[in-house]
Design a protein. Sequence first.
Length: 615
Amino acid sequence: MDIIQLLPDSVANQIAAGEVIQRPASVIKELVENAIDAGATHIQVLVCDAGKSSVQVIDDGCGMSDTDARLSFERHATSKIRQATDLFSLHTMGFRGEALASIAAVAQVTLQTRTKDNEVGTRIRIDGSRLVEQEIVSCPVGSNFLVENLFFNIPARRKFLKSNATEMSNITQAFERIVLVYPEINFSLYSNGQEMLNLKASNFHRRIVDVFGKRLNQQLLSVEADTTVCKISGFVGKPESARKKGNHQYFFVNGRYMKHPYFHKAVLTAFDRLLPDGEQVSYFINFTVNPEDIDVNIHPVKTEIKFENEQVIWQILMAAVRDSVGKFSEVTSFDFDTEGKPDIPVFNPHNSNVSIPHIDYNPNYNPFTEQKAAKINITGSQRAAKGWEELFGEMKKTASDKHDEPRLFDMPPSSLSREENISEETLLQNYSDDSPLMQHSARYIFLSLTGGVAIIDQHRASIRVLYEQYMRNLRDRSSHTQKVLFPEVVQFPPSYAASLDSILDELRALGFDITDLGGGSYSVAGIPSGLGGMDAVSLVGDLVAEAFEQGMGATERVHSILAQGLAERAAIPYGEILDEEAMRSLLRQLSQCESLRYTPDGKKIIKIMSDDDFL
């Protein structure tokens, strides 16, 4: 019996939709890209419930005839290409002819469209790939797509959509990737009737500032390179703007957003030795290459792109960024503050009064000969230097005198076992305030225990102590605020807007004094007590960025992310010299923690060595 059969178009469309349409943000990406290909100059995007209820994209492009409107929802129906060779000369965003068919397969879609040559337009309604109605209507030139109840016929897919805040964040990120590379088009984005972005046509630099805030305006350096292989233009951040989190990093090729780790490394290489370890800068780089030299037909999402001359472009990009940074660094700095400084005369080679300094020295002097060393004048008096034998003898005597003093490792033998066999309770029982301790390399605290030694990482121990303190403050809402001298303004991108209020509420519970100024700007007038001297704007920006990068979830998860981020910045740094009281205070606080062996992210705090571990 034959068992192989052709799948119905509706089933095939749903399978294809699994690759093309992954979430509401995918719908917006596909529809907005189609609007751009249609020559639109004004594009509006309206979403309800983060796109779960509805997504609407309105444009003033060329529109479609009634026949094209119906045919556009068929699989592999496209106006972008005619034959396979066209894939190697693409000048449009879309080309597969799968987007509208995939959207219609998993949602209820209503399309109104009209061309400028027709006095009336067409209205089509499709439910799950099934044509419900098609009629003539009066509508403006362009297209109006309304996509409702996404995944209504695939409950499993709809169930696994994230929270509204997460989905809205994905929508704004997808929207930003498109609006950045098309600054000549007017864009607007609305969520539940509230305007989130309203971007007027402008240039690339202005569009970046409009999307990410005015603070970025003074941090960008222009990058330009024009070769026969490719043309590169855009901006990179100054080295002083480097951050560990919250950087805006975008690559575009021929008007299309792409992800490219190899080119990302080229940008970082250009900043070699200019950035602190672990920090990066923002960048917005446009590549213009021959369409025949790239392949965008790798994945339906079209963010992975292969280059024919990848290594050559890597070198060009690195050189262009390095040249931009070099120009920025070559600005001469003039020091006009000369009051109280010595007047250093300019050297004149024709001045006959200049003579070579003369140095007197004794060629027979030997510092290892006692008789010669006795002739050295020290601080104006003749004092004989001690011989090496006498000096070494005194060193031995000093060591002998100190032999009876208690030392870190001179502990009586006991049954203290190795670390893996020691419980936290046992460790606490072995510690007391009179236990000998010392600091090593301004990094570790050596604590003498009965039968062994505990080695504590001071920075990680401080992180654990502060983390648990901040977690208690968040639960009890009991933090104290330290006012800053002058309030500063921090700007957040629209992609943060959906979840920003809840995060800022938690930051206020930690002790931050933050006020909404509108338009994504917030005033920071206070920070938690004990953090004096820190940059308030960078601190708030980094904490919010970390919360978004690690993923928003339950309240307890948000608390943990914020508490850990703040603890890492406020903890005792490596290199700080601690007196005995400071070390004992840290150990007392650590001993009272719920977990004293590991930091919140799993790094070891304590290493225990028994007497048997020493040679």
